[in-house]
Design a protein around this ligand. Structure first.
Ligand SMILES: C[S@@+](CC[C@H](N)C(=O)[O-])C[C@H]1O[C@@H](n2cnc3c(N)ncnc32)[C@H](O)[C@@H]1O
Length: 199
């Protein structure tokens, strides 16, 4: 059993183990008590558990079935009864739903064929050849799932073009900026936050 600030959780060999990017995100979440939150790509469910203590409801999804199984156990351990889990690709499991805040620690690493391990763990970091494959699909679907006044927070790397994400968020009417950053050996990991322009 692993522990983060009093939350006890387990992981699985084919599920992303919470790491520096997860903890940077956890420390920089901008959640309001009344928020209905969507977390895409929940992995172990750790961020959904943290979020659920600060808002009304959380819907958490993942494309990896092992992640959903792992998150179910962790939600029960932590009595996070206001989190609902759904399996599927990006917005597909919430196609008719809208949210006040959408969170995603994205698979943001530029990855080529020889770097793939060939199982569900690839989904944790494989952002395709430019690192933006999943980020761009996420940004395309985002607007349709935000309530009026809705916000977004996502994690990505300096290796996958931070400015492009900010530009795309601006284009859908959000005021976007880097709200946290941490340098690692070969990259900088950032939290990008998008809010309505007049806020
Ligand atoms: C970097 S991990 C983050 C996991 C967890 N949120 C955390 O911060 O520790 C990215 C997660 O997104 C999931 N994921 C990747 N592509 C996805 C997609 N298209 N739809 C839903 N989940 C996806 C992966 O399976 C993985 O669990």
């Amino acid at each position: 059993m692993l522990e983060y600030k009093g939350i006890h959780y387990e992981t699985h060999p084919k599920v992303y183990e919470p790491a520096e990017d997860t903890f940077l995100f956890a420390e920089n979440l901008q959640i309001e008590r009344r928020d209905r939150v969507l977390e895409i790509g929940t992995g172990t469910g750790l961020l959904a558990i943290i979020t659920s203590k600060k808002c009304s409801t959380v819907t958490a999804t993942d494309i990896n079935p092992h992640a959903i199984d792992c998150a179910v156990k962790n939600l029960i351990t932590n009595k996070s009864y206001n989190v609902e889990l759904r399996k599927g690709d990006l917005f597909e499991p919430v196609k008719d739903d809208t949210f006040d805040l959408i969170l995603f620690n994205t698979p943001y690493l530029p990855t080529n064929e020889s770097e793939r391990v060939g199982d569900e763990l690839d989904d944790a970091w494989d952002g395709g050849s430019d690192g933006r494959e999943v980020i761009d699909r996420f940004l395309e679907g985002l607007k349709d799932h935000l309530n009026p006044g809705g916000r977004v927070q996502l994690v990505q790397s300096s290796l996958s073009d931070i400015d492009k994400t900010i530009e795309k968020l601006n284009r859908i009417g959000l005021d976007a900026s880097v709200t946290a950053r941490e340098k690692f050996f070969f990259e900088e990991v950032v939290i990008i936050t998008g809010k309505p322009k007049n806020e």
